[in-house]
Design a binder for this molecule. Structure first.
Ligand SMILES: NC(=O)c1ccc[n+]([C@@H]2O[C@H](COP(=O)([O-])OP(=O)(O)OC[C@H]3O[C@@H](n4cnc5c(N)ncnc54)[C@H](O)[C@@H]3O)[C@@H](O)[C@H]2O)c1
Length: 251
């Protein structure tokens, strides 16, 4: 199996793409540390994995102490940390800049950008000591274009791609690869409300209808890419951004 014996920390593992990544990684032999701010959701993921190896961790990725505890406990328990998927994220309700409160800005950037930074910085310790590691950041089509979120979301996703590139630049020669997956519209807990009559966003509906795929993506379709990037087959891939978006960015 592609990830036999690997230890993988996945944030936002209690739902959507994080849960799908946990399933894919576990089915390929990895032990998953399923991190989520919602304890019950992380535990439910581990229950679904049912692999007798994986564990749940409750942590807020925007809280440095939480992040450092998870990394320390992972290394103490399993002796290593091979793969980090910085996947937890929140949307900002497509709020434009003039309506974005300090609280919304700080919360969105705190989770979507500080989280991946705190986790990467903490995980680099064990990864560099091992001389091998893999960081996968869930960025977005909002890392390239406007309209997939509001001011805070789009800024955070542009920034997380910058972080990914700098990580790849700084640590590739020491064995740590960093890459980003840039999903299009994926049906998850984050986007469920966009399918209700009250929650519909005309820009999103129109954009999806205009894509070659013409549909919402599934979390598993992102998890397949994550599995490939985490595997040794992707050993030559550093600092890249992979769009898995049904063709949203094509025009
Ligand atoms: N769904 C989409 O269309 C889409 C598109 C592009 C990018 N993304 C990105 O994909 C990633 C996964 O999102 P999803 O769609 O699976 O969403 P989701 O809401 O289904 O899952 C996100 C998970 O992150 C957890 N979480 C939220 N804040 C957290 C925090 N502070 N600490 C730890 N965990 C936290 C939530 O509890 C939830 O379980 C996010 O980074 C999101 O920005 C989503």
């Amino acid at each position: 199996m592609k990830l036999d014996g690997r230890i993988a920390v996945i944030t936002g593992a209690g739902s959507g793409m994080g849960r799908a990544m946990a399933g894919e990684f576990s089915a390929n032999g990895a032990t998953v540390v399923a991190v989520d701010v919602r304890a019950d959701a992380a535990q439910e993921t581990v229950k679904l994995l049912d692999d007798g190896r994986s564990v749940a961790q409750t942590a807020d990725v925007s809280n440095k102490a939480d992040v450092e505890r998870v990394v320390a406990e992972t290394v103490a328990r399993f002796g290593r940390l091979d793969i980090l998927c910085n996947n937890a994220g929140v949307l900002d309700d497509y709020t434009p800049a003039d309506e974005t409160s300090d609280e919304l800005w700080n919360r969105t950037l705190g989770i979507n950008l500080n989280g991946p930074f705190f986790f990467s910085r903490a995980a680099l310790g064990p990864m560099l000591a091992q001389g091998k590691g893999c960081i996968i950041n869930t960025a977005s089509i909002s890392s390239f274009v406007a309209g997939g979120g509001g001011a805070a979301y789009t800024a955070s996703k542009h920034a997380v791609l910058g972080l990914t590139k700098q990580l790849a630049f700084d640590y590739g020669k020491r064995g740590v690869r960093a890459n980003a997956i840039c999903p299009g519209a994926i049906h998850t807990g984050m986007t469920d409300h966009l399918m209700t009559p009250e929650g519909r966003n005309p820009h999103v509906d129109e954009a999806i209808a205009g894509t070659p795929a013409g549909r919402w993506g599934k979390p598993e379709e992102i998890a397949h890419m994550a599995l490939f990037l985490a595997s040794d087959e992707a050993d030559f891939i550093h600092g890249s951004a992979f769009t898995v978006d049904g063709g949203w960015l094509l025009p």
